[in-house]
Design a binder for this molecule. Sequence first.
Ligand code: AHR
Length: 496
Amino acid sequence: MAKLYINEKNRKGKINPEIYGHFSEHLGRCIYEGLYVGENSDIPNENGMRKDVVEALREMQIPVLRWPGGCFADEYHWMDGIGPKEGRKKMINTHWGGVVEDNSFGTHEFFELCRQLGCKAYVNGNVGSGTVQEMSEWVEYITFDGVSPMADLRKENGHEEPWRLDYFGVGNENWGCGGNMRPQYYADLYRRYQTYVRQYHKDAPVYKICCGANAGDYDWTEEVLKTCSPDPARFMNGLSLHYYVTPGGWEKKGSATEFDENDWYLTLSKALYMEELVTRHGTIMDKYDPEKKIGMIVDEWGNWFDVEPGTNPGFLYQQNTMRDALVAGVTLNIFNKHCDRVKMACIAQLVNVLQSVILTEGPKMVKTPTYHVFHMYRYHQGASLLDSFLAENNEAGDGAYRVPALQESVSVSEDGTVNVTLANLSVSDAQEVEVEFAALSPQKVSASIVTQKMDAHNTFDEPEKVKEETFTAYTITEKGVKLTVPACSVVLLRIA
Ligand code: AHR
């Protein structure tokens, strides 16, 4: 039997709610159809935003939304997306499917979406093909409340008050689609561009995010921080990191729904690699920023599989199974455990693209297994991480890929309730666990679970095949809780 020791006396810092963030790009059917259908659509909407999707995302407690890209961000010229819609420029979305982008979703629509979702706004600026002036004026347009050309333009376009801009990204993947730059060159540009991201509100400063590494490119992190030394925190509040799980590599990623046990363990072992990435990039950050003033911002992560057969390869539409639920569960546990450094993370992407929490088809909508994990984990948002340790943990998997059977994180909410999230990575074996506190003697426990066969997924005909359900296979003991965690599941215990 595995033991989960929790020292409830050792609080290890606050889990920023933004670790549970999301990403929405002008890509495939994420923005258009997935989130925004326009005011004249038959699909019920408020100011063009789908009501069903907004309601589901509010229920999941979405804390922050990143927009407009991704690779799209470094091709996006924000002025094309303001003013009367009939006058907005059309362009070809060269990165994603070569479709016409009519710019009907722009700055005003994004902030309206954030208002409806009740979440923070993370806007990603254009360094790759944009000017310093363009970036600077965007920030002025969004945030300035005095008299200025951009503030006046915003008012002319119908928005008297400035918006609150919580996060601003200075470029995206500038080592790749954002300009193919070398780290020193980008870092010099970063120093320059960020200078003109003006802080118009001392009480609500914009959190500036510098473009960080692709997966295990530690040289990028080192060189960017070195170029911004001696005190990189003068220039940046956050440094990003992108990592996607592609089971068969970039050439042959593999199907989202048709896979075997070997693929299952391969995928999970690749997801667990996030631990090493966060640790090693974190070690470099510690060297240049020992006081941890700069947040690690994992603003793109998740599974990237082959597109669903018959769909546009440039739209990145993929199904979502229990395998995605497990990847979400273990990744979020890793972020929780590194909450001293990881301050935000955005799964890619919100709707209809990559590892989405929601899929839509015309007026229909389904919540994916990943959605249910985010919903279950929402109690960690803003809670304090607790010291926890798993002993006598089995291994799961055979052949080439072996992973720890159980993986966990534990937090305590403000009202004193302890939140334990446990993932069982084994496809075949249930795991018995004894949870033991240092001193706490539990009085009350409630629990829920997401579990099903490894390839189970929700479809528009069967939208509730995988869902969050009440979990009862536990007993309260004097020092904790005993439970049996079913194979292939993610469990939440709330212990008071
Ligand atoms: O999320 C899809 C793409 O992946 C993003 O546009 C880009 O930043 C990354 O390469």
